[in-house]
Design a protein around this ligand. Structure first.
Ligand code: PGA
Length: 247
């Protein structure tokens, strides 16, 4: 399976910096992993123009739960496809935490994204409190089952899951690679139950949370770790290039 690297630029790069960073990456990224740049909505058009005809893929950081309608401020997954996106991050913990996204909303977004032809990267993971209370598996179980219940992947539809322990995001305290591998094995089992064995075979399970050029290899070397979702260490061309080279 080709490793997947999702660069989540969050709200950190303005339009000019995002386009400039993408320009520095085109033709200079090491071969191997599939790299997906996820800039802010406002930078998608600019970055799409830069990465078109290159090996770099484009993703959005969120999408609406429906394709059309009176939803002021929302962005349709159909429009993301039209712009050249192939991927969309759904249910990132920052959206769950700051934007009130619920499991039910996330389930709808996954379906809307898939039916528009986007590949959702569904984020799951426990908070520090939940970890302390030994609830990691229970949280992953709830988040996955509510998002995937009754889903069947048809045709070329594909899914990726990012295991992102909330306590590891932006903290420089990544999970232990062996712990991530355990969580990933659990995720694979649940996804298999929800969508069936053959769909689960094509599944990428990514680790996210303080991944950097130094630790990335230790995650990729684990069983069931098929890539990484990277925030901070993806936000300059030099760091992302170094990180991809280390895979
Ligand atoms: P980080 O962010 O790499 O800065 O921890 C990861 C994420 O939020 O997806």
């Amino acid at each position: 399976m080709i490793p997947l690297v999702i660069a989540n630029w969050k709200m950190q790069l303005d339009d000019v910096s995002a386009v400039d960073t993408a320009r520095r990456l085109v033709d200079t990224l090491p071969e191997g992993p599939e790299v997906v740049l996820c800039p802010s909505f406002t930078a998608l058009v600019g970055v799409a123009n830069v990465v078109r005809d290159s090996k770099i893929f484009l993703g959005a950081q969120d999408c609406a739960a429906t394709k059309r309608g009176a939803y002021t401020g929302e962005v349709s997954p159909d429009d993301l496809i039209a712009l050249g996106c192939q991927y969309v991050i759904i249910g990132h913990s920052e959206r769950r935490q700051h934007c009130g996204e619920t499991d039910a909303m996330i389930a709808q977004k996954v379906r809307a994204a898939l039916s528009s032809g986007l590949r959702p990267i569904l984020c799951v993971g426990e908070t520090a409190d939940e970890k302390r209370m030994g609830q990691r598996e229970a949280v992953i179980d709830r988040q996955l089952r509510s998002a995937l219940h009754g889903l069947s992947l048809v045709g070329s539809q594909q899914l990726a899951i990012a295991y992102e322990p909330v306590w590891a995001i932006g903290t420089q305290h990544a999970a232990k690679p062996e712990d991530a591998a355990q969580a990933h094995a659990y995720i694979v089992e649940i996804v298999r139950e929800c969508v069936g064995t053959s769909s689960a075979q094509q599944l990428h399970v990514l680790y996210g949370g303080s991944v950097d050029p130094k630790n990335v290899r230790s995650f990729i070397d684990q069983p069931h770790v098929h890539g990484v979702l990277v925030g901070t260490a993806s936000q300059t061309a030099t760091r992302l290039r170094t990180l991809v080279a280390a895979i």
